[in-house]
Design a protein around this ligand. Structure first.
Ligand code: S3P
Length: 433
């Protein structure tokens, strides 16, 4: 299928509440499943990835009711999880796969995890190897990928040093450590998003994070207590419109009720450093998660240099940073971002390939890219491709707003993974002058 992408010569305007945060929606389902009592989730993201987690939890015996964005998880504690009748479908969701590996590693049954072709190419030994330190046994394909068999068994406490900066891996280790009879310590390579830690604290877990923000100590508790979780708007979804607001002349957008957890706000810091006209109005935090409203206006941008330390705080927004850089006045450089090669697509290759079609001067590095921005692009090819990657598809749809003629996008259905209403919301902001 293809989608026609048209420019927005008058800019984007208006106010938009974006759907719920993907990371927090996954975690609310999982913690609700192992807690005791009814966990309610408001503003749940009903995107394909989170629905994958929901279906997998149902397959291991958890009762979940959903009406649109409102979900009730009927938790019956750890023992409420039971052996699935068949393989668990992970579809395109890396978060589901990795978090469930940790969750299921300590349950007294075997589970098989299978994924779509893109997910089946992604590395999973990054989870199975450190899980082994806690006594977990996960068998992968010879390539270290799905399909996986999780041989659930009793786990033991341990100190685990992580070798990759990944919140998914960290969360898998925390979910496993919760099931071990004693205190475990998990040390991160670099601080990554801490939604699992904050939500576990709200559910009554014995978990602390040291002042270095990357040493997590976790011990078992008799039970976790069901909560009412209010999911904030997903900053990673809002980021598409924030970048649109910054790069499409004559734009002014307001995005309220966003999650502004400092482990996720790298994109706001990048926008500020590049000189974007941005205003952040904080709101009271909920369950430790910062929130607020962001308003953005279009204007000239300066180039930027980003390295490994900057990457975890904007890992999902790096394709958008490349787009911002393509519109900036000068040369930008992103390095230390090798993780992009193992996302839903090889995002270094796909960003470079697709932005080059728009005439953007972009050079691929092993762990990043160099982008030389300029105000006008000379379009070389009008058919863009999402490569089956939701974030690449949405980034290209935003890029097309600045083009001088209509373009086409193939594989646009990929956006449903994290933002099913993306094109509807984009049309609203284009028409809302
Ligand atoms: C996620 C963590 C990130 C991110 C993904 C969601 C999470 O992955 O890219 O979209 O919910 O923990 P890594 O932690 O593997 O970088």
């Amino acid at each position: 299928m293809t989608k026609r992408l048209t420019p927005a010569p008058h800019g984007l305007h208006g106010r938009l509440t974006v759907p719920g945060d993907k990371s927090i929606s996954h975690r609310a389902l999982i913690l609700g499943a192992i807690a005791e009592g009814e966990t309610t989730i408001a503003h749940f993201l009903a995107g394909e990835d989170c629905l994958t987690t929901l279906a997998a939890l149902e397959q291991v015996g958890v009762r979940i009711d959903r009406q649109g964005e409102r979900v009730t998880v009927h938790g019956r504690g750890w023992d409420g999880l039971t052996a699935p009748a068949g393989p668990l479908s992970m579809n395109n969701s890396g978060t589901t796969t990795r978090l469930l590996m940790g969750l299921l590693a300590g349950r007294p049954f075997e589970s098989q995890l299978v994924g779509d072709p893109s997910l089946t190419r992604r590395p999973m030994a990054r989870v199975s190897q450190p899980l082994a330190a806690l006594g977990g046994r996960v068998r992968l394909s010879p390539a270290g990928t799905l399909p996986a068999t999780v041989h659930g068994r009793p786990l033991q406490p341990a100190t685990v040093e992580m070798t990759v900066a990944s919140a998914q891996v960290k969360s898998a280790l925390i979910l496993a450590a919760l099931q071990a009879p004693g205190q475990s310590v998990i040390r991160e390579l670099l601080p990554t998003r801490n939604h699992t830690e904050l939500m576990l604290q709200a559910f009554g877990a014995d978990l602390t994070t040291a002042s270095d923000q990357q040493t997590i100590t976790v011990a078992p508790v008799p039970h976790l207590q069901a909560q009412a979780v209010a999911v904030p708007g997903d900053l990673s979804s809002a980021a598409f419109f924030l970048v649109a607001g910054a790069i499409v002349p004559h734009s002014r957008l307001t995005l309220p009720a966003l999650g502004l957890n400092p482990t996720r706000t790298g994109i706001l810091r990048v926008l500020e450093k590049m000189g974007a006209r941005l205003e952040v109005t904080p709101a009271p935090a909920v369950a430790g998660e910062a929130r607020g409203t962001v308003t953005i206006e279009s204007g000239p941008l300066r180039p930027i240099t980003l390295g490994a330390k900057d990457v975890p705080g904007l890992i999902d927004e790096l394709p958008l940073v490349a787009l911002l850089a393509a519109c900036a006045n000068g040369s930008s450089r992103i390095t230390g971002a090798g993780e992009l090669r193992v996302k839903e697509s090889d995002r270094i290759a796909t960003v470079c390939q697709e932005l080059a079609k728009l005439g953007v001067a972009i050079e691929e590095l092993p762990d990043g890219m160099v982008i030389t921005g300029r105000p006008d692009w000379r379009i070389k090819e009008a058919v863009l491709d999402s490569h089956g990657d939701h974030r690449i598809g949405m980034m290209l749809a935003i890029a097309a707003l600045r083009a001088t003629r209509p373009l086409e996008l193939t594989g646009e259905q990929a956006v449903a993974v994290s933002y099913p209403a993306f094109f509807v919301h984009l049309a609203q902001l284009k028409g809302g002058a």
